[in-house]
Ligand binder design. Structure first.
Ligand code: GDP
Ligand code: IMO
Ligand code: MG
Length: 424
């Protein structure tokens, strides 16, 4: 069975959750490899809406093994809340497993995320304030706490004293804040460890075994390519690797074990948080797309910035992810908007035209989008059950996107539910 990866190819929120849920109906294992509860993946099924943050979108299928790899950062309180929320709705989390190597988001990470954003002032990143950056900082600095520590009370107490002691110095001496109560944190986190211990297992081994047994394994990306710490719009990025290569590092399987890489995109572009966005619409059209597409963040509720489809970004994503196919969601949102625009290239300040996404935001700041105007389409696309049923002008829009992206478009989303997905 092919091993598939689904990644976001814009700035996140491209509808990855929906695509994973659709593909998961055929998968036996779904794996998350990076990020944490900064992600918000919406799945609509049987009239119910599920907003998942850490738990893989395969959880709605009761026999699907759902794995959180070593590269994920876990907020214990957050994941327990998610487990309880799902179980209270009749969704069992018995098939969830968490790698003991995964790092734990600690109370000081949350605190420092907020304080460092405040310190950045006007140049803030606009993080989700979930402690993601500080947790990955501690991991890279080799002072982080891992899930293994969380479920071993003596280790946990010792590591909280060492790591927390240092963070308290940072909080009091640098930020001039109150220290955190390490004894209370130890008590609280020991209790979380007791509840989470049963989920710990070596995800690298489980994923490898499943692949060897020819089971269908699906890797669920979080965030998006332009939020990648190296290949995104640094520093306005997250602290992990949302690109397909991140799957190998974050779950512990080699690149030769991946067969297909799907990129999820919207038929337009959105971004939540700060940073450059060449095709951003700061006019009425931007407001229209935001309202029609309900573009408000799943995690923070912030209004998402909206703009036209940008094929320069898409070609960058096709390259860095090695995409074998695209899923274009929310084509229904563009219905009835009149003429549409698609960015085909960027024009630099000296008048030269470039087709490749620039490596730095300094170079990106110089770029203006070069647009092609495309005929729009009308009608309630959400009712279409097959690609052939879409209006001709809508099919022409999709075919043009496919040419510009240089990657086959294999799925089209015409609505948020599982059924509103047209295979091509
Ligand atoms: P993710 O983070 O990539 O999983 O995406 P989010 O769940 O944060 O945001 C995508 C939003 O678009 C969710 O509210 C989905 O229910 C919704 N959605 C996904 N695909 C479609 C589609 O084809 N049409 C419409 N109208 N909504 C969609
Ligand atoms: P999903 O998986 C959209 C953005 C934040 C901010 C930047 C850094 O739902 O697509 P962080 O808290 O990660 O340090 O914030 O990244 N961001 C997302 N934007 N979708 C996401 O996840 C995101 N996760 C982080 O808004 O700009
Ligand atoms: Mg999201």
């Amino acid at each position: 069975m092919p091993t598939k990866v689904v990644v976001g190819v814009q700035w996140g929120d491209e509808g990855k959750g929906k695509i994973i849920d659709i593909l998961a109906s055929r998968a036996e294992v779904v794996v998350r490899s990076q990020g944490g509860n900064n992600a918000g993946h919406t799945v609509e099924s049987g009239g119910e809406v599920y907003k998942l943050q850490l738990i893989p979108s395969g959880i709605l299928y009761k026999d699907t093994l759902c794995l959180l790899g070593a590269g994920v950062v876990i907020n214990p309180k957050g994941i327990l809340g998610e487990i309880n929320g799902l179980e209270s709705r009749g969704i069992s989390c018995d098939m969830l497993r968490i790698d003991p190597r995964a790092h734990v988001i600690m109370p000081w990470d949350l605190e420092i995320d907020g304080l460092s954003e405040k310190l950045r002032g006007a140049s803030e990143i606009g993080t989700t304030k979930k402690g993601i950056g500080p947790c990955y900082m501690d991991k890279a600095e080799r002072s982080g706490l891992r899930m293994y520590d969380l479920v071993h009370p003596e280790l946990l107490a010792e590591k909280i004293q060492i790591a927390g002691g240092l963070k308290n110095r940072l909080l009091t001496e640098y930020y001039k804040e109150q220290p955190l109560d390490l004894a209370a944190i130890t008590e609280e986190y020991t209790a979380y460890g007791q509840q989470l211990a049963k989920y710990l297992a070596d995800v690298s081994v489980l994923a490898y075994q499943a692949i060897r047994e020819n089971k269908e394994v699906l890797f669920e990306g979080a965030q998006g390519t332009l939020l990648d710490i190296d290949f995104g719009t640094y520093p306005f990025v997250t602290s992990s690797h949302p690109i397909s290569g991140g799957v190998c590092i974050g779950s512990g399987i080699g690149p030769t074990m991946i067969d297909e890489v799907y990129g999820a995109a919207k038929a337009y572009t959105t971004r939540v948080g700060a940073g450059p966005f060449p095709t951003e619409l700061l006019d009425e059209m931007g407001d229209k797309i935001r309202n029609l597409g309900h573009e408000f963040g799943t995690v923070t509720g912030r209004p998402r910035r909206c703009g036209w489809f940008d094929s320069v970004i898409m070609r960058h994503s096709v390259r860095v992810n090695g995409l074998t196919g695209l899923a274009i969601n929310k084509i229904d949102t563009l219905s009835g908007l009149g003429k549409l625009k698609v960015c085909v290239a960027y024009e630099k300040a000296d008048g030269s035209i470039i087709r490749d996404f620039p490596p730095t935001i300094e170079e990106l700041a110089e770029c203006k989008p070069v647009y092609e105007e495309i005929e729009g389409f009308e009608g309630a696309l959400s009712c279409c059950k097959a690609y052939e049923e879409l209006p001709e002008s809508c099919k022409r829009y999709i075919e043009r996107l496919e040419q510009l992206c240089e990657c086959p478009i294999k799925m089209i989303g015409v609505g948020p539910s599982r059924e509103q997905n047209l295979e091509r």
